[in-house]
Design a protein around this ligand. Sequence first.
Ligand code: SF4
Length: 265
Amino acid sequence: MTARQQKISGTREWAVAGVNCATGCPHDCRYCYARYDKVVRKAELKESEWQLCKIHPEELNRQFPLFPGTVMFPTEHDIHPQILDACLTVLKNLLAAGNRVLVVTKPHLACVREMCREFGDRQEQILFRFTITARDNTILRLWEPGAPGYEERLAALRYAFEEGFATSVSVEPMLEAEFVHILVNELMPYVNHSIWLGKMNKIEERVSCHFPEITKDLKRIQSFQSDEMIRIIYKRLAHNKLLRWKESIKKVVGIPQAQQPGLDI
Ligand code: SF4
């Protein structure tokens, strides 16, 4: 595979670069790539340290270039109330350099209110993308135990939309693929940009299966993201102009893969 033909997946489907200011995340999602990378693959942190969320002070003073496309913040942690001030500082610096920033988070309403207040005069540079993977709070608590519940994420989406920001949603991974059409219908009134759907990826490698409930529920998730089910979901929702499909779905339904990073299509 040549450099020109390299696979565009993950955050590269959305952005040409990613910026972070911390390591670790109290949301502690069971499928988290960043946790797998730091705790399992590189062994830089213990499992118990992942949830502590340590700020990198040097990132707060960083002078950012103007990136050649959308830059995503964050990619390896989240915007949590514990580190909100640091996140606001980094966002301010990125925006001051003229960047268009894709802000991706499992949204805490308090954090979203603060970002909307702080960056109301920079709306044209910001695209919010809120990760809302299921409506059922029992499922959310199992897979994303430290993250806000469904109602708070929906309220945050609505708040940003009503404040006049560009809003989008990531349903990746689909934790309730069997009901994703209901989720999409509920979110649509507050989305003016896009709703991305994607599968849970690299399960054997990344999913932390220390709990029997996870092992059990994983079977449900896998059965509802089979090729057959993905085709059914695609057929049901493909007419919806807000819908976009991550690489994991594109390859099942035969949509050409993105040829460059950051196209967000
Ligand atoms: S919110 Fe994101 S960074 Fe935090 S644990 Fe979940 S997947 Fe990982």
